[in-house]
Design a protein around this ligand. Sequence first.
Ligand code: GLN
Length: 482
Amino acid sequence: MHIPSLSVDRVRQALLGRECSAAELTAEALRFAETENPKTHAYLTFCPERAMAAAARVDAALARGEDPGPLAGVPIAVKDVIVTRGVRTTCGSRLLAEYIPPYDATAVIRLEAAGGIILGKTNCDEFAMGSSNENSAFGPVRNPVAPDRVPGGSSGGSAAVVAQGTAVLSLGSDTGGSIRQPASFCGITGVTPTYGRVSRYGLTAFASSLDHIGPFARSVKDAATLLQVISGRDPHDATCADAPVPDYSAHLTGNVKGLKLGLPVEYLRHLTSETGDLILKGVEQLKALGCEVREISLPATEYAIACYYIIATAEASSNLARYDGVRYTSRSTHSGTLSEMYRNTRGEGFGAECKRRIMLGTYVLSAGYYDAYYLKAQKVRTLIARDFANAFAEVDAVVAPVSPFPAFKLGEKVDDPLAMYLSDIFTITGSLAGIPCMSVPCGNTAEGLPVGMQILTKHFDETTMFRLAGAFEQSQIQNQTH
Ligand code: GLN
């Protein structure tokens, strides 16, 4: 079987048709992933024992004549900020280089219960802070499409494995764009569901009010299948909504006639010309499919980056306080007193970006500055959410770019944090509003660099988002073959 082009359906067909066993497929997928990994450094850890045990369960179910589940035998990778029992989970941090979690994240339990096979854990920016994957303590990931470029971040490894074909699906996490932006940079599909759609239990906290788990896939349908499996209420996460989970794949009808789409004028101002051209071409394609497109305004957009980098750092400074050398992490060995031990452990363990954010977050929460920064940012967050609510009173979905530019060169922005933060300008608004948003491939630049189109819908309306993305994907494929 050709591992790098597998889909969920193809794996299912192979297993049910007895072309191969789940064990054979898993062994081959692991071999392929281990051989190819040095090209991108996307996997940090492989877990062959866990993978083979999961495959054996699938084969046993098949032998009993049972349905082995919607993800049966499908090779999946998991971002290394999502905990896996007995399998090292580093969060891309030197502090957690040896950390072995005692439990599984809910999303991990669910995907294995659906027959999915976890091959390993993927590289990412330290504690998911970054837009290029260059903040990982274990070294950067290379973009499989252009190895001298970044895969995007922070879920760079999860995007790269799917683009490279060393996994069929992967889980990433998105706080301000970390699923959509790497999906766009690597030419695949990435989905940030509604806040509360997927349990965060077992997702290492970065900015809890913004953190999401979501899927990467090579097709909209595969992404929808994975999201379906991991969605839904979880008693372990009080912010996880008790809302019915529709059958997303059933809505991939290809029919989007009459859907009303909004194109935010504010988002068209900051684009490089090639990205802008591809997005506008994509919009024309959507019109050809029968969608009605109108310009809309999201006026609070200009404050989004400032707002996000206050709220996210404030929450991060609190969440990261737990890594103190007593719990979870390695401990500095040469300290005379307790407070020296805290200081040395954190000083030696955290990378520069985490330290920058801890300081910024502590500052905006401190007495005297709280009202001026944190409280103000919370008010702006409400305005941003309101912008979307107003838009959705008129349109069914918003279409937009994902990133102002395609994948940039490794090292290009690493010394300029503010330029790096600007990569997130179009993704942060959806995260702050908590609405579902995704990136779907929208063509390549002349140099062959992928550009993604972003689709955003109302809270819990993933169905319309997938329907539109599925129709767009089909029309992209037809365009390419003609
Ligand atoms: N790039 C953004 C940041 O650095 C978003 C990260 C994320 O979504 N995890 O915070």
